[in-house]
Design a binder for this molecule. Structure first.
Ligand code: CA
Length: 185
């Protein structure tokens, strides 16, 4: 009986609307070199699908560079998908920016029109980053920024947990020495 109660109390209610979960939290503006100019936004893109019945909106949570001088880096690999979330220990060595086949979606919320709102859900599966985002290891993006034609490397430490509507950038770092790799152990 007590065990049953515990299990029930651990269930998190899935939000019915994306705004209930994240409206107050996105976009999170990230200024990696503290120069007052935003370099990346942790935010979402909204898509309206009108071709389906029932109609739905989808909200795709992503890190989006504010300029094409700012790169989101992936570990170098021979084939896609190219991932963008790192866990410690990591380094910016052997990384690069890919343009095609990048697994850049952190999670997706599907929001159906009324009266189907009880079917709304976060995708939260292996097409996104369910296992990496839900384990106990801190999550990072590895990034670089072109300043005056020279590349500077850095990282962004963040939390995203769609099961509890948490989204937060904990720290952003840009190495002050050019062409110098960063690592976190
Ligand atoms: Ca900046």
């Amino acid at each position: 009986m007590i065990d049953n109660f515990k299990e029930t109390s651990n269930l998190v209610e899935i939000p019915k609307y994306f705004d209930d979960c994240f409206k107050d939290k996105f976009p999170i503006e990230i200024d990696v070199d503290k120069d007052g100019i935003i370099d990346f936004n942790l935010t979402y893109e909204e898509n309206n699908d009108i071709g389906n019945t029932p109609k739905f909106d989808s909200y795709t949570i992503q890190l989006i560079p504010a300029s094409n001088k700012n790169k989101i880096l992936s570990p170098k690999k021979n084939s896609s998908p190219y991932t963008i979330i790192f866990e410690t220990p990591f380094s910016s060595e052997n990384t690069r920016q890919y343009f095609v086949g990048v697994k850049n979606t952190l999670d997706i919320f599907y929001e159906f029109e009324s009266p189907y709102e009880n079917y709304n859900y976060f995708l939260s599966n292996n097409l996104t980053y369910k296992n990496i985002l839900q384990n106990d290891l801190p999550d990072y993006f590895v990034i670089s920024k072109d300043i005056g034609g020279i590349e500077y490397f850095g990282w962004i430490k963040f939390i995203l947990d769609t099961s509890t509507c948490e989204a937060e950038v904990l720290f952003a770092y840009l190495e002050t020495n050019p062409n110098t790799h960063v690592k976190v152990n």
